[in-house]
Design a binder for this molecule. Structure first.
Ligand code: ZN
Length: 257
């Protein structure tokens, strides 16, 4: 099991809790693949986070930004961390340094355009599908970016408005098991490779994400009632220093805000 965890930590962004600087009782919420204007999903999510005074990490894709640049601006105004999640969300780009660099640079440009600050660059990158390749390891320092990890993958991409309470239960269990965590919800869910039926407005399918704000609210309230606190992803990662000698630790340990 330990060797499985080591392999997972080497080849994916799924890291052990000890390696990401999470203190006992601390949680971070991250949201991938957005922004999503369908049914005001991301806007309602931002409302919930403001209401609950929680700062999250929004891992946005260039192609999603095109549909709702105003939402990226709102993420910034509300004080959330905006993370580069590539332009086209092509997992195989992670195997070519040149392709990866283009994905990252193009996404940064889309974000800079959305927030109307031409010099804006993200500090963090989260690769599509979470693959952590040698090309990625070489490209990120050159582009002056760090990886944004997770400590538990709840597979919310397969979840619907009917089943999200199970995601809340299992994520709370993971938080209790690890005494903290960095979790992910997809406020937009892009088409799976080879997925035939993909309709973001089909409310009974997992492509529909209108339930994500309610899921985030439920998780925040339940975790807080159990004594956990949600911390700003910047403060958490800035102090990251784990016990493990895993090379990934250096990704989070050298930040100074
Ligand atoms: Zn993604």
């Amino acid at each position: 099991m330990d060797s499985l965890k080591r392999l997972r930590a080497r080849w994916t962004i799924w890291q052990s809790i000890e390696d990401v600087g999470v203190q006992p009782g601390e949680l971070v919420l991250s949201f991938d693949d957005g922004p999503n204007p369908v049914d005001d999903t991301t806007a309602r999510l931002l409302d919930i986070l403001k209401q609950e005074a929680v700062k999250g990490a929004f891992c946005v894709c260039g192609k999603s930004i095109r549909d709702a640049p105003d939402l990226v601006q709102r993420m910034m105004i509300d004080g959330h961390l905006i993370v580069n999640h590539s332009y086209w969300h092509q997992p195989f780009a992670a195997f070519s340094e040149a392709a990866l660099e283009k994905e990252i640079v193009d996404c940064d440009a889309a974000i800079a355009g959305a927030v109307d600050i031409s010099s804006f660059r993200t500090q963090f990158f989260r690769p599509a599908c979470g693959w952590r390749t040698d090309s990625l390891e070489r490209a990120l320092p050159r582009l002056q970016k760090q990886l944004l990890p997770i400590t538990d993958f709840g597979f919310d991409t397969n979840i619907t408005r009917f089943t999200y309470p199970k995601w809340v239960d299992s994520t709370l269990c993971a938080a209790k098991r690890d005494h903290g965590g960095i979790f992910v919800l997809h406020d937009r869910r892009l088409r799976f490779w080879g997925e035939r039926h993909y309709d973001v407005r089909d409310r009974d399918s997992s492509a529909y994400r209108g339930w994500v704000p309610e899921a985030a609210a439920a998780l925040i309230r339940r975790c807080c009632s159990e004594g956990f606190r949600f911390v700003d992803p910047r403060s958490l990662i800035a102090r990251g220093s784990g016990k493990s000698s895993n090379a990934s630790r250096s990704d989070y340990a050298s930040l100074d805000h």
